[in-house]
Design a protein. Structure first.
Length: 375
């Protein structure tokens, strides 16, 4: 079986982690290659991995000269299935469909209606183009059952929408610096007994960071030993800094900016959090689980399939900062509970959301798609 993957090449979030995990295991079972269209962070990092990759560089987003190169590659190397990731790849694949008769499947990593929130131009143009491109795809992979239901509710054919949960490699070794080194490197001074609560993700509206800041204010008034760290950049940073100032906790909140070595930060945390209004199945929770970090998250998307409220973590109703603060305090004040939740979350993630299960499920889907094409 031969599958060609397409991606922009600039992805830096969950989609990057997903594709790295998928292809890193998939290459052990089938013939696979990925094409990037920009020389961004995704492309630069995958060059250091044992994954076949080519760069078909676009001069700009609408440079379609790459289509001819793709057609030649697909025909010469006899690929059987095309798999896209993200709006740019979807757009190129929609054009490519005029010249090839292979099945095209796309992974829906996030709610495409919210991907370009925060910029009116990007929302009107890029979201519109992606919605149009998606209609030309033959099959769809949702990264949670919740997202599959979302696609079906938007009139995508149920028999063409599959579910595959994200997965990561729990067997390979990972390296990270000590908590002390991380804090020193970022100029952060804490007391030995301080509890560090963190959130990781781009600072966009959909990620709900205002919920985190408001919850932090409630917690800080009752647990002064807490410090709060936000990792990521985005157009909401100034608003969040002003909110922290107005709530009187600016000295308790650290804005770290973009962190490239994510496990350095996760290792430094005592509690991992996520406050999104909309999610599929975020990798940051799996990455936190790998280091056995107790976690509190909004109950959105496929997250309840990983975190069972009160059993291996805490869930709260999206937007409800008071519920988040209440549950956060339970963990802040109970070190043993933090350890118990962290271990149980690790076991749940390891057993059900590995890169091996991710790759095996994709192979099953590819076979089913090819069988449907033959039929």
């Amino acid at each position: 079986m031969k599958a060609l993957h397409l991606i922009s090449g600039g992805d830096s979030g969950g989609a990057k982690t997903h594709v790295f995990s998928l292809l890193g295991e998939l290459k052990n079972h089938i013939d696979v290659k990925i094409i990037c269209f920009t020389s961004g962070i995704f492309y630069q990092e995958i060059l250091d991995m044992d994954i076949p990759v080519d760069l078909f560089l676009q001069k700009h987003r609408y440079d379609l000269s790459v289509v001819k190169k793709l057609v030649t590659l697909i025909r010469d190397e006899k690929y059987e299935i095309i798999h896209t990731h993200g709006a740019r790849a979807n757009f190129i694949a929609a054009i490519l469909k005029r010249y090839i008769r292979l099945p095209i499947v796309t992974t829906v990593h996030s709610d495409y209606l919210l991907d370009f929130d925060g910029s009116l131009y990007r929302r009107l143009v890029y979201t519109g183009l992606n919605m149009l491109s998606l209609k030309y795809m033959d099959y769809y992979i949702a990264v949670s059952e919740n997202f599959r239901e979302m696609l079906i509710s938007r009139k995508y054919p149920p028999h063409k929408v599959f579910t595959v949960y994200n997965g990561i490699d729990f067997d390979s070794k990972i390296s990270y610096c000590s908590r002390e080194q991380f804090l020193t490197d970022h100029g952060i001074t804490v007391d030995q007994d301080d509890v560090l609560v963190g959130i990781i993700g781009r600072l966009d509206k959909v990620k709900g960071h205002e919920v985190f800041v408001k919850a932090a204010a409630e917690v800080a008034s009752k647990a002064p030993q807490c410090r709060f760290m936000l990792a990521g950049d985005g157009n909401e940073r100034k608003n969040l800094e002003e909110m922290a100032e107005q709530l009187g906790i600016r000295d308790k909140v650290v804005f770290l900016g973009f962190i490239d070595k994510i496990y350095d930060l996760i290792n430094a945390l005592d509690i991992n959090t996520l406050t999104s209004y909309s999610e599929s199945f975020p990798y940051v929770l799996l990455e936190g689980a790998r280091l056995r970090k107790p976690t509190i998250s909004s109950a959105v998307g496929g997250i309840p399939d990983l975190i069972k409220d009160g059993q291996n973590g805490y869930l709260f109703k999206s937007t409800d900062h008071s519920e988040m603060a209440e549950k956060l305090l339970k963990l802040v004040n109970n070190k043993d509970l933090r350890k118990e939740f962290g271990q149980k979350l690790y076991e749940r993630a390891r057993d059900s959301f590995s890169n091996k299960s991710l790759a095996n499920r994709h192979i099953e889907i590819y076979r089913e798609i090819l069988k449907m094409q033959d039929g």
